[in-house]
Design a protein around this ligand. Structure first.
Ligand code: RB5
Length: 149
């Protein structure tokens, strides 16, 4: 499974820790930047990772900015993307089981590396349950088709 990863300058120090952890768990990573700590704009990286999933270059994505908020808002503007911001593993797990999230975001100013790894693991190990949740995802997809085009 391929995981697209993206971050702004605030996420630059946490990214290698998460990349290394993903590789340890057996995932292939594709890094969409940023690659330096020079100030930049988080929407670019939210867009790049979201597009990678939409175009099937990657299966899932992980985004890091100061809070995880801006970068996930940007990613959610791409049709078919369901990005969630998490600061703890329970929401990460449920966001996959119930909401079939395809991008996980978190903030390097909010959580530390060890908690970020726990969140990543819970999210990746969880599986979408389908059933009653599918209709709700379909509803959201219909909204995207109507309003995001
Ligand atoms: C950058 O200062 C900061 O605004 C960004 O990393 C992020 O937290 C935005 O949501």
């Amino acid at each position: 499974m391929k995981i697209a990863i993206g971050n702004d300058h605030v996420g630059i120090e946490m990214k290698p820790v998460i990349k290394e952890y993903l590789e340890e768990l057996g995932y292939e990573t594709i890094d969409y930047g940023t690659h330096s700590n020079e100030r930049t704009d988080y929407p670019k990286y939210g867009e790049a990772v979201a597009k990678a999933i939409k175009n099937k270059e990657a299966d899932l994505g992980i985004l890091i900015c100061g809070t995880g908020v801006g970068i996930s808002i940007a990613a959610n503007k791409v049709n078919g993307i369901r990005a969630v911001v998490c600061s703890e593993p329970y929401t990460a797990k449920l966001s996959k089981e119930h909401n079939n999230t395809n991008i996980l975001a978190f903030g390097s100013r909010v959580i530390g590396n060890d908690l970020a790894k726990m969140i990543v693991k819970s999210w990746l190990e969880a599986e979408f349950e389908g059933g009653r949740h599918q209709g709700r995802i379909d509803y959201i997809q219909n909204m995207e088709d109507e309003y995001l085009c």
